[in-house]
Design a protein around this ligand. Structure first.
Ligand SMILES: [Zn+2]
Length: 288
């Protein structure tokens, strides 16, 4: 019960952007990943873009107050229309600009469960107009943009996006690069699912692949492998403690993740919140 309250409250704060900075001070930084593929950082989730002869394909849109700045940054790369906005999942730091962009007639696409979670009856123009349940491929700008759903990872509606032919992948919030990840358990996510999604991705990419994380700096296969190894180690540390039946408070007293807290607990997840969510998720799913 305690865990549910904690994580629900947290998810609410997170998705409404209460943790966001003063948006006036946010600057949008554009990083060229490779020819015609870009990453943008501002406040909230990292954006991904394909530009080219067919127009702009945009992944995620951060917070509503940043839309004008994001559009200005995109315009420096391309004056073509944004044809598609793809939401990697439902969180407000990735979909906050949906209504602004939907108002402009931009087609919004996401997994079925993103639609369900965004559907509060209030959003009129920011809802996805195309949803899918497994995989979807866009053929534009001379490449295939392949999106694929991973069930129950960061949320129950996560997608990763491969820019095929460019050897770039956007992982959404399955990857918080160089930081503890947030797992939205009330939103259908699971720590086990994050591990499975990262492992599956590692098997599909090569040493040259560039990896855009949902949060944190641009990385590659080696960086993703480190992220996976750390999360796997955390699972291996916490599982035997959970099997002993220790309460969350008793588990915390052991400081089992001490060796990672300094390096990984400075991002979106502080060490206490991280272990609270992940320990209880492992604890509740020991037999599954
Ligand atoms: Zn998220």
């Amino acid at each position: 019960m305690k865990k549910t309250l904690l994580t629900s409250a947290f998810a609410l704060l997170y998705s409404t952007g209460v943790f966001a900075q003063d948006f006036d001070k946010v600057e949008i930084t554009t990083i060229k990943v490779t020819d015609d593929i870009y990453m943008m950082m501002g406040a909230g989730g990292n954006l991904g873009l394909s530009i080219g002869e067919d127009g702009v394909f945009l992944i995620d849109d951060q917070y509503a107050p940043l839309t004008t700045k994001i559009l200005a940054a995109i315009e420096k790369l391309s004056t073509d229309d944004i044809h598609f906005l793809f939401n990697t999942h439902y969180h407000g730091d990735h979909t906050g600009g949906n209504e602004n962009l939907g108002d402009k007639g931009i087609n919004i696409i996401a997994h079925d469960n993103v639609y369900t979670r965004l559907d509060d009856g209030k959003m009129k123009t920011g809802m996805p107009i195309i949803t899918f349940n497994d995989k979807l491929t866009f053929h534009m700008n001379g490449i295939e943009i392949k999106t694929e759903h991973y069930h129950s990872a960061h949320t129950d509606g996560d997608s990763v996006v491969y820019f095929k032919g460019k050897n770039v992948i956007h992982m959404g919030d399955i990857v918080f690069n160089e930081a503890y990840p947030y797992v939205d358990v009330p939103g259908g996510g699971s720590f086990k699912g994050v591990l499975a999604a990262v492992k599956d991705t590692l098997g599909r990419i090569d040493d040259e692949t560039q990896v855009i994380p949902g949060h944190g700096p641009l990385t590659n296969k080696a960086g993703l492998q480190i992220y996976y190894d750390v999360l796997m180690d955390i699972q291996n540390i916490l599982t035997p403690i959970a099997k002993q039946g220790l309460s969350l408070e008793a588990a915390k007293k052991l400081k089992p993740l001490n060796k990672y807290d300094d390096d990984y607990g400075q991002g979106f997840m502080d060490p206490d919140t991280f272990i609270s969510i992940v320990y209880m998720d492992i604890f509740d799913n020991l037999d599954k």
